[in-house]
Design a protein around this ligand. Structure first.
Ligand SMILES: [Zn+2]
Length: 384
C-alpha cells in the first residue's frame, strides 16, 4: 500500500520517497514508491502530472491500493524527489472543492441529493437526483455555493473510524475502508472523499454552472470553478464583444439586435417567395399563350432552378395538351402529354454537353458547358 501524502496535506508540492518496485505498464514504465503526493486517477478526479528526479510523470494509476507513476524510462536510483505540476493540481483542487460546494448547495437550498460527479480536463459534471429544475432554482444553488466561497470557510480533512462516522451527518455514506476520510466544509458539506481540495473555500474563487442534459431520469450539469471559470468568462466576453462589434451595438442590446435581424430575414424571405411566385405566375401565363398559338412551348427562364421548372411543366401539362421545352439556370425540363420528348433530348445532346434523362414523356437534366444558354437555345429552336 502506498502512503498517500495528499490524504493529510493536499498542498504538498514536493516530497522525497523510496523506490519499491519498477515494471513496464502499457507502453510506459511504472514506478512504485513507499509514499507519494501524486494523485492517481480515481473517484471522478484525474491524475496529477509532474516529475520524479526530473523524469516526466505522464500518468498515475491506482492498482490494488498501489499507486504507479508512469514515466518514459526506468529510474536508476532507490530514492526520488517528486515534484507536482502544481498548476494542474491546484486547478483540480478548485474543481473538486467547487463540486462539494455545489453538492452542499443542491442539498441545502433544494433538498436534492447528488448522485455522481466527474472532473475533466476542460469541464466538470455533477449529476443530481431530480428530473426538472427551474432557471431560478439553479441560480439560487449557484449563488449559495458562491456565497460560501466569499465567506472563505475552512475545508478540513477528518479521519474517522467507521463507528465514529455514525455521529457525523455525512451527505453520502461511503464504503471507503476504515478509517474514513471526510471532507468537511464548515457548516456546509460533509462527505467521505479521497480527492484533493483547497483548505479555504475562498481559494475556489468562483463556481459557475453551464450546460444541462438529462441522464436516465436525473440531471447532469456542466460546471467549472476557479481559474477555469475566469477563463470561460474571458472567452465568452470576447465572443460578446465580437458580436457587439459585428452588430454595431452594445452588449445589453445584443438580444434585441438579433431579434431584429431575424425579423428582417423573415421579411426578406417572404418578399423573395412572393417575387418568385409572381414570376412563376407570369411564366405560366406566357407559356399557356404560346401553347395556344403553337401547340407547344420553348422558353428560357434564366433564374429558374430545376425544381421550379419541374413545377412549371407539371402545371402546363395539367392545364393543356402540349409539349414543353423549358430551360432555366443551366437546367432543362422537356415534358409532353402527347408525344415522346426523347427526340428533343437527342437534339440538345447533339448541341452541347448534357447530363440527364428520364421517361419517354418527361426528361430533365443539367447543361454542363460554358456556352451561354441563349446561344444553345437559338440552335435548339432552329433544329426543332
Ligand atoms: Zn472531494
Amino acid at each position: 500500500m502506498t502512503e498517500r501524502l495528499y490524504y493529510r496535506d493536499s498542498t504538498l508540492k514536493q516530497f522525497t520517497a523510496a523506490v519499491l518496485e519498477q515494471k513496464p505498464i502499457q507502453d510506459k514504465h511504472g514506478v512504485l514508491l513507499d509514499r507519494t503526493a501524486f494523485y492517481p486517477t480515481s473517484g471522478g478526479q484525474m491524475h496529477d502530472t509532474g516529475t520524479l528526479n526530473g523524469h516526466t510523470v505522464h500518468d498515475v494509476i491506482l492498482e490494488d491500493e498501489l499507486i504507479w507513476h508512469l514515466v518514459s524510462a526506468p529510474l536508476q536510483t532507490d530514492r526520488v524527489n517528486g515534484e507536482l505540476n502544481w498548476s494542474r493540481r491546484f486547478d483540480f483542487m478548485q474543481q473538486h472543492t467547487g463540486f462539494h460546494l455545489l453538492a452542499g448547495a443542491f442539498k441545502r437550498v433544494l433538498g436534492i441529493e447528488t448522485i455522481a460527479s466527474h472532473l475533466g480536463e476542460e469541464w466538470d459534471t455533477i449529476d443530481i437526483d431530480s428530473d426538472e429544475l427551474s432557471a431560478e432554482q439553479l441560480q439560487a444553488v449557484e449563488t449559495a455555493a458562491n456565497e460560501v466561497i466569499w465567506q472563505n470557510r475552512d475545508v478540513r480533512i477528518r479521519m474517522v473510524t467507521r463507528d465514529e462516522m455514525a455521529a457525523f451527518n455525512v451527505r453520502k455514506v461511503s464504503d471507503l475502508g476504515d478509517p474514513i476520510r471526510l471532507i468537511d466544509i464548515e457548516d456546509w458539506d460533509l462527505d467521505p472523499c479521497g480527492g484533493t481540495h483547497v483548505t479555504q473555500t475562498g481559494e475556489v474563487g468562483l463556481v459557475k454552472i453551464y450546460g444541462r442534459e438529462k441522464v436516465r431520469g436525473s440531471l447532469r450539469y456542466t460546471f467549472v470553478a476557479g481559474r477555469r471559470a475566469l477563463a470561460k468568462h474571458q472567452q465568452q466576453f470576447a465572443v460578446l464583444q465580437e458580436l457587439g462589434s459585428l452588430l454595431s451595438t452594445g452588449q445589453d442590446q445584443l438580444t434585441a439586435s438579433v431579434h431584429k435581424l431575424q425579423q428582417e430575414n423573415r421579411d426578406l424571405r417572404k418578399q423573395q417567395e412572393q417575387g418568385r411566385q409572381s414570376r412563376l405566375d407570369q411564366a405560366i401565363a406566357d407559356c399557356l399563350l404560346e401553347i395556344e398559338q403553337e401547340g407547344r412551348v420553348s422558353e428560357f427562364f434564366p433564374d429558374f432552378d430545376l425544381k421550379t421548372l419541374q413545377g412549371l411543366a407539371g402545371t402546363l401539362l395539367k392545364q393543356s395538351e402540349c409539349t414543353c421545352y423549358l430551360f432555366g439556370d443551366q437546367v432543362f425540363v422537356f415534358a409532353s402529354n402527347r408525344e415522346s420528348v426523347h427526340p428533343a433530348l437527342a437534339v440538345l445532346k447533339s448541341l452541347t454537353v448534357v447530363k440527364g434523362g428520364g421517361r419517354d414523356d418527361f426528361v430533365q437534366g443539367r447543361v454542363e458547358t460554358d456556352i451561354e444558354m441563349p446561344e444553345i437555345l437559338g440552335a435548339f429552336a432552329e433544329k426543332m
